[in-house]
Ligand binder design. Structure first.
Ligand code: NA7
Length: 534
């Protein structure tokens, strides 16, 4: 344990989502003096902000939860197969209470600058309340999907009615009863919210630029017997999860066969089985769906067939049929998305070849036509993975802004550090499995790695730890090679930064949780010889 004399805190933790909370718990447990700073009014991170109707996790609740405390995982009872946002937020609050975390955070406070002072070897962290605190370590737990993306439409502020972003939804909810509503976007947030908005609104128009692939989530009350079985052997269940490619789907069979070797009957049977199971696991129906274009096309054909069988208007069905690589943009899991387009008051406007031209006082103009609305919902996603980090205006050694260092893409080592920013860590940062794995499992792994590293360095009298440039370059190369081995680079996804105009196109998540875990274990076993201490 260290109590720094020269600065206010041993560590500042930015963010009180699942990453910040667990990080804070570990630091406190080890006796480090840490201070948390959180933009929101309470804990929960992504789940604090994304309160749009239908918001639901796409990883099953028995897996999308902390495993560090057996008491916690035994006592907490999930009610649904996939937890909805309100339940996940209740869970986050329960954890904050159980581990007395709330008092360690300052809420309603945004970090506006974080500057490394080389002479003192200390971070100075400034906030929008005018305060500056100093700390040896800066731990960024700002989340992968935190900085909302609202396209710079012409006339954005001209619309006279209310506008909402799914990622910053009003806490008291929104009543769309009797209203003409527009939803812009058809990613996961749109796919989840559209069926529920359609239930309330008098008229709903969806503006679609790229059709999404979505598999029915088949959410249902969690079977208590299944939950009890898992709890009886939770440790083994978690261990099986950690060996899965994306650290979830512990008990669901992954088929190791190629789609291309299957007979048409076998193919249909297997696709149907996984379609009925629901959700993300559809990609595990065959081993090569995410690896081989021909295999992918067969899976995509199956989904397009489903869309055509559900949506009664053939023109609308065709518009909803994606022509992109299945699973390349994150697959969505829905509760009645395609069925919603059979309702007479729900309309689909294709803006793929005629982009939204502008917003006016009355509504939205595309292809020369003005559509009038009472309210507009932006389901337009996030400046993912890097946005929330860059928004904090971080400046490293020699006055180098992170924004400048990452101008061509987020150079990093292990998704945890970036050279020239000593003693700064990014929980589930770009370059780690992050959004392509169970995020809570990744968070626990990172928080434990960081705590172990800080304690190790501290015990040896090192004041700073930094990444080595050559190791960083090699790591970025590895992350890209792994992505290039798959079909993931073949679309304009947020994994690639391609959803935000001007953002460098670099694949950010590391694909393959088990290999990544092996790498972290080897770094620890080598006593961090790939890092630079001073
Ligand atoms: P996404 O998945 O990034 O979806 C954003 C949607 O907004 C997507 O359909 C975009 O179309 C659309 N979009 C963005 N900009 C525009 C403009 N200018 N015009 C029309 N349409 C636009 O964000 P979500 O919030 O749905 O989901 C993010 C993640 O949260 C999700 O993957 C889960 O992990 C949970 P595009 O596809 O870019 O053509």
């Amino acid at each position: 344990m260290t109590i720094s004399n020269e600065c206010d805190f041993d560590a500042v933790v930015v963010g009180a989502g699942f990453g910040g909370m667990y990080m804070m718990h570990l630091l406190a447990q080890r006796g480090f003096k840490a201070r948390g700073i959180e933009r929101g009014g309470d804990v929960g991170g992504t789940w604090y902000w994304n309160r749009y109707p239908g918001c639901q996790c796409d990883v099953e609740s028995m897996e999308y939860s902390y495993q560090f405390s057996d008491e916690l995982q035994q006592k907490w009872n999930w009610t649904q197969r996939y937890a909805g946002q309100p339940e996940i937020l209740r869970y986050a609050n329960h954890v904050a209470d159980a581990f007395d975390l709330r008092r360690r955070f300052t809420f309603n406070t945004s970090v506006t600058a974080a500057t490394y002072h080389d002479d003192e070897k200390v971070w100075h962290v400034g906030t929008d309340t005018g305060e500056t605190v100093t700390a040896r370590f800066l731990i960024m737990a700002t989340g992968c999907l935190s900085a909302t993306n609202t396209p710079a439409f012409a006339g954005l502020n001209d619309f006279a009615g209310p506008t909402y972003h799914t990622g910053a939804w009003p806490h008291d909810g929104v009543d769309f009863s009797g209203q003409k509503v527009a939803v812009i976007g058809t990613g996961s947030s749109a796919v989840q919210s559209i069926p529920l908005i359609a239930r309330q609104a008098a008229d709903l128009t969806v503006f679609q630029r790229t059709a999404a692939y979505t598999i029915p989530a088949r959410n249902m009350p969690l079977d208590p017997e299944r939950a009890a079985q898992i709890k009886a052997n939770y440790k083994e269940f978690r261990a099986r999860g950690a060996l899965s490619p994306a650290a979830f789907g512990a008990d669901y069979p992954r088929n190791l066969d190629s789609v291309l070797d299957a007979t048409p009957e076998e193919r249909e049977r297997r696709f149907e089985e996984y379609w009925q199971h629901g959700g993300f696991m559809f990609l595990a129906a065959f081993s090569d769906i995410s690896l081989n274009m021909d295999a992918n096309r067969l899976a995509a054909d199956f989904v397009r067939g489903k869309i055509r069988s559900i949506v009664t208007d053939p023109d609308v069905a065709e518009l909803l049929c994606p022509d992109t690589v299945l699973g390349c943009k994150r697959l969505c899991a829905d509760n009645g998305y395609y069925e919603t387009y059979n309702l007479p008051h729900v309309h689909l406007v294709d803006v793929s070849s005629h982009p939204i031209e502008k917003l006016t006082a009355k509504g939205i103009v595309t292809n020369g036509k003005e559509y009038e609305f009472d309210a507009i919902v932006f389901a337009t996603g996030f400046d993912a993975m890097t946005g929330s980090l860059l928004n904090c205006n971080i400046v490293g050694r020699d006055g180098l802004p992170l924004r400048q260092k990452w101008a061509a893409g987020p150079g990093n080592y292990l998704g945890l550090m970036t050279t020239g920013f000593p003693n700064m860590f990014t929980i589930t940062g770009p370059g780690s499995p992050s959004a392509l794995a169970n995020l809570i499992t990744g968070i626990e792994q990172h928080a434990e790695f960081i705590t172990g590293l800080i304690a190790w360095a501290d015990a040896r009298g090192h004041r700073t730890v930094d990444a080595i440039q050559e190791e960083e370059d090699r790591w970025v190369e590895i992350v890209n090679q792994r992505a290039n081995f798959t079909l993931y680079p073949n679309c304009n996804s947020w994994y690639l930064g391609a959803n935000v105009p001007g953002k460098p196109r670099v694949f950010m998540p590391y694909i393959g949780f088990p290999d990544y875990s092996k790498k972290l274990r080897s770094v620890v076993a080598s006593e961090y010889e790939q890092l630079m201490f001073a």
